[in-house]
Design a protein around this ligand. Structure first.
Ligand SMILES: [Zn+2]
Length: 396
């Protein structure tokens, strides 16, 4: 992989297209336009401004651009260049997580170049990816294009994945292949587990601890809930196995519990939060039935006292079959074997349209951290991989 064009890209822009913004101008424009999404309304912003910037840039390089409202203040952008069936979809989310005020050594909403890195919120995860796409498409000779190239920027990936859900449910496009540019250190990711998280709330009846008959102890009922969930966990481990994952089973984690207030009172209320990471292939409906089924007996014993609510919309697992030609094709372009990971992306939704891989610059280690950065060493290889992918899947 070659790095010789780095200085050129960073400082001078593309000499053939002097009127177009340079890589660093686009990158800076994306990062300096805040687009935080959060389930906490005091943090949650729309992404309209960043989508408008992207729309302008992409129109300038010959794309037809559609901006679709997915919810108030929340937009998806779909850009298309070229005609015909199939083609390639390059996708990513335009929102970021909130940042830890006071824990950043750099301005989160700016690009700071230091230590051979670009620091800033979203440099790696992942709206910076659109600057790489932009740089790649500027350099393509489109004269022999035979299939369309699509670019999708979604909203609200960091909260509900609303943008990807909305797009998948409504789009008429049928690309052949999709690449999602989440930070994978340029390793093609062919599968990840899903994520389901629920709260179980047990409502008992408080009373003086000297007479247990005065109340209903919520901690004791929770004990039965925990036992049932741990039995389900063992069943999941026994029944499901995927050799492609380092942790080859679904996991069930009891992550948070709170109940009661003092030793001399019967506990009136107890709440548990747990999560499950299902393997690809386990349906959300099937999993939901198993989770509800596991607590059926305890619920029947304590009618009206056990309430189960989701902590977020569930995300299924995702897999592009290891034998699929797209996996081999992208392994070849990246010169790296594909892998599986344990974090979630929009792939379970977009892969309903076509075979999908997750592949992008920067490391997931830097995502959702203070001083998020993207190392310079990713710049040229990323543009190179994107160019090769476009020539491979949009040209005969
Ligand atoms: Zn991300």
């Amino acid at each position: 992989m070659c790095f010789t064009f780095l200085v050129n890209i960073c400082q001078q822009g593309n000499e053939d297209n002097m009127q177009l913004p340079s890589f660093i101008e686009v990158y800076r424009g994306l990062i300096s336009t805040s687009s935080i999404s959060s389930s906490d309304p005091s943090w949650d912003e729309g992404n309209q401004q960043v989508i408008e910037k992207l729309a302008t840039w992409l129109k300038d390089v010959g794309f037809d651009v559609d901006v679709i409202q997915a919810a108030p203040g929340k937009y998806n952008l779909l850009a298309k260049k070229g005609h015909g069936e199939g083609g390639l979809l390059l996708a990513g989310h335009s929102d970021t997580v909130p940042f830890d005020e006071g824990r950043w050594n750099f301005e989160p909403h700016a690009i700071t170049e230091a230590n051979n890195r670009f620091y800033g919120l979203g440099t790696a995860d992942m709206k910076g990816f659109f600057a790489f796409i932009y740089e790649a498409v500027k350099k393509i000779d489109w004269s022999k294009q035979t299939k369309p190239l699509y670019i999708l920027a979604t909203c609200d990936e960091e909260t509900s994945m609303l943008g990807a859900r909305h797009f998948t449910d409504n789009t008429p496009i049928k690309p052949d292949y999709c690449i999602i540019g989440e930070p994978t250190s340029l390793v093609p990711i062919r599968a990840h587990k899903g994520h389901v998280a629920n709260a179980v709330r047990v409502t008992g009846k408080s009373g003086h601890s000297s007479d247990p008959a005065l109340g209903v102890n919520a901690i004791e009922i929770m004990h039965e809930v925990l036992f049932a969930l741990m039995q389900l966990r063992d069943k999941l481990i026994k029944e499901y196995h995927h050799p492609g994952f380092a942790i080859p089973n679904p996991t069930l984690n009891l992550g948070h519990i709170h109940g009661g207030d003092s030793a001399n009172r019967i506990c009136g209320c107890c709440e548990l939060h747990y999560d499950v990471r299902p393997l690809p292939g386990i349906s959300l409906d099937g999993l939901s039935n198993m989770l509800l089924g596991a607590l059926q007996e305890v619920q029947a014993k304590w009618p009206g006292r056990i309430e189960i609510t989701p902590l977020h919309d569930p995300v299924p697992g995702f897999e592009c079959n290891h034998d699929h030609p797209f996996v081999g094709g992208m392994e070849n372009i990246c010169q790296t074997p594909s892998e599986t990971v344990n974090y979630c992306t929009e792939a379970p939704f977009l892969s309903q349209l076509c075979p999908t891989l997750v592949l992008g610059p920067g490391s997931i280690e830097q995502a959702h951290q203070p001083d998020e950065f993207l190392a310079f060493e990713f710049i040229d290889p990323t543009i190179n991989i994107l160019s090769k992918s476009i020539y491979q899947y949009c040209f005969d």
